[in-house]
Design a protein around this ligand. Sequence first.
Ligand code: G3P
Ligand code: CA
Length: 474
Amino acid sequence: MLGDMKPFKMVGNLYFVGTYRASSHLIDTGDGLILIDSGYAETADVIVESVTELGFDIKDVKYILHSHGHSDHTDGTPRLLELTKAETFLGEGDVKYISGWAPNHFYQDGQVITLGNTNILCIATPGHTEGTFSFFFNVEENGQTYRAGMFGGAGTNQLKKPYLNRRKCSWLNRGLYFKSVERLKKEHVDVFVGNHTWNNKTKGKYETMLDSVENPFINDAEWVPFLEKCEKDAESVILNESRELFVNYAHRGASHYAPENTFLSFYLGIYMGANGIETDVQMTKDGVLVLFHDKTIDRMTGQEGSVSDYTLEELQQFTFEKNGLTDKIVVFEEFLKQFSFRDITFAIEIKQPGTEKDIADMLRKYGMHNKTIVTSFSLECIQIFKEYAPEYRVGFLTREVNEQTLEFLKEIKADELCPFATIVTTENVEKWHREGFNVRAWGVYSEELMRNVYDSMADGMTVNFPDKLVEYIK
Ligand code: G3P
Ligand code: CA
């Protein structure tokens, strides 16, 4: 049973032994074989037969290197381990993707794996997955030495938000991808090796090679253009999603029209067409999470003190008014009961330090992790929240953005940057996107600012007049 691609010698001691959908490569080191990627479980025997057809013995495979942990590169490994005593290698970040086997080694960034005449430089290039590694090694043909290179995870569909959500991955993987591409561009490559055949046009080149004296796999002009295309594809993913998945958050509800942070305001926002709700959470004196913005209650009630000075029952005595409309304070859990099932996005702002875990517990109770971003003006609050509830995405609200803040946000895995609307420019958004952040503006106090933010290709904004934004987007 041979696969849909004939096994063949690519260049020197490098051979193709995979299938059209999942490439596998064999290196004959003179002191044993190295296999790069094991394909799908159902095609593992294709690899075995390909190795045999090329005149090698599968038992001589000493190392199996995996470019990343997805099933099309790793699921063949358990079968191959039945037939060999090979040692296996994987990026540590990708253990979560594999099953049925455990790697013997995790790559170190910059590590060189040596066997026989072959030294493989392994470079960490995360993005496509967290533990993607890329490989560089020399091959010889007709007395010439060529440098072969493989980008271990080039695909950009895996940078799309729905995919990242499904696989419980950080949106920051996008930033890692751009960095990895930048790093790879610095490598010189004469023989571009694809871990999918469509990356380096393996099939076409093989067919060309059949009646050509030149080896089409030797071409030092392919690597960088390929990486530039990867970069463009990743940019397109982000820009397309910034339009298709743009979130128009009703800020404290449609708070331009109705008393803020009330059911009236939230329902009005949804009625106006908002596809997100932003609200502020605080805790009462008797430990109930409620939705309230200000530090003190005087603007809303005419009374002194703060939310934490009053019990829920006391707060419920107050009536909030705007434009002749009135409503009462909302208990966070009641809000979740009424809105959690909706197909909208929630921006939940932590207003009081110390309430992070209570907010997380409440969100967990309603299974909100796939539709919520928890935000704060306090880096400490989002750090505490994220450590306690890593399955939730968090965002940082800020008036200024500097490099130090961006690095800290990446460290704590904050997926979203929430800059003040006036600093949201096309140039800044492009830069923050390349760093990997979702960009959602706040402080949109005028319609002009609203239009600027939308046109800057940001991913969302909170706005008191979601109806105007709906109109503009139309
Ligand atoms: O969108 C976030 C925004 O609500 C932050 O400002 O003062 O309205 O809580 P603030
Ligand atoms: Ca807020």
